[in-house]
Design a protein around this ligand. Structure first.
Ligand code: ADE
Ligand code: ZN
Ligand code: ZN
Length: 258
């Protein structure tokens, strides 16, 4: 009987122990595609040179693709930041291995430095495009206790899953839209709304994700079944986070390259 239960639990939760994929391929490409619309001509030209004519969407998943190569292990903690609810990033002890805030700062520093090699500029540009996306995934500003929700088991419709994966890609995949379809169907924003989104610092944007993360924990139970209701509750938030990510990525790139 015990063996039977073990087999059953493994089957139920097997989807819930897979490695994190961040926004998933579509989410990161959406952020890149939206950013392209807000780049200045000068920025666009310089980026195109560095990326050999490829789009931001084309390279947006590079930072995830290199995770399987041990040579790049040191970059794994750069995709997120964890600290307890009620604490502040600025006063909580920082991870010595780096975090998403330190990562974005490093990318900007390398890209702004005239003495950086072309190779370094290309690498850190691709990393920046990815990390600004991750910064807008609420569970990437999470809790160490459950590895940003990777160990927070839930059911996604009839499958075993975890809260992190639901936010990385399960909700977006449920939409069954291509990245260009999601990027062209963003909310129509006034100039003032775009300016409001661009305002603030990387740390301010991180706290927006943190507030969403806290809201998500308030509204989600361990082992709970998430399905259509969850989509109704959070899909607009998810789409808005992708849109904000794109607009803010363009802002950073324009500041670096203009
Ligand atoms: N691993 C540990 N914490 C994580 C987080 N917040 N996001 C992604 N992966 C993680
Ligand atoms: Zn993730
Ligand atoms: Zn990532």
């Amino acid at each position: 009987m015990k063996k039977f239960l073990v087999v059953i639990s493994v089957l139920i939760f097997s989807n819930g122990i897979s490695a994190a994929e961040d926004w998933g391929k579509t989410g990161h490409r959406v952020v890149g595609e939206i950013a392209e619309k807000y780049l200045s001509k000068k920025t666009e030209k310089q980026i195109s040179k560095l990326l050999d004519g490829h789009s931001l969407a084309f390279v947006a998943n590079y930072a995830d693709d290199i995770k399987s190569d041990r040579q790049y292990d040191a970059f794994s903690p750069w995709h997120y930041v964890n600290f307890p609810f009620g604490e502040k990033y600025e006063t909580y002890p920082k991870s010595e291995k780096g975090d998403i805030i330190q990562a974005i700062e490093k990318c900007i520093t390398v890209l702004k430095n005239e003495n950086s090699s072309r190779e370094d500029k290309v690498f850190y540009l691709k990393m920046l495009i990815h990390f600004v996306g991750d910064l807008h995934q609420p569970l990437h500003v999470g809790l160490a206790d459950d590895k940003g929700g990777n160990n927070f088991q839930v059911r996604w419709f009839n499958d075993g899953s975890n809260l992190h994966s639901v936010w990385d890609y399960k909700m977006l995949d449920f939409y069954e839209m291509s990245y260009t379809e999601v990027a062209t169907n963003t909310d129509v924003l006034s100039k003032e709304q775009v300016e409001a989104i661009k305002k603030g610092s990387v740390i301010d944007w991180m706290y927006e994700s943190r507030a969403l993360c806290e809201n998500i924990y308030d509204h989600t139970e361990v082992g709970g079944k998430l399905s259509y209701n969850y989509m109704y509750e959070y899909m607009d938030t998810l789409r808005s986070q992708l849109q904000k990510g794109g607009i803010r990525l363009a802002k950073l790139l324009n500041e670096i390259f203009s």
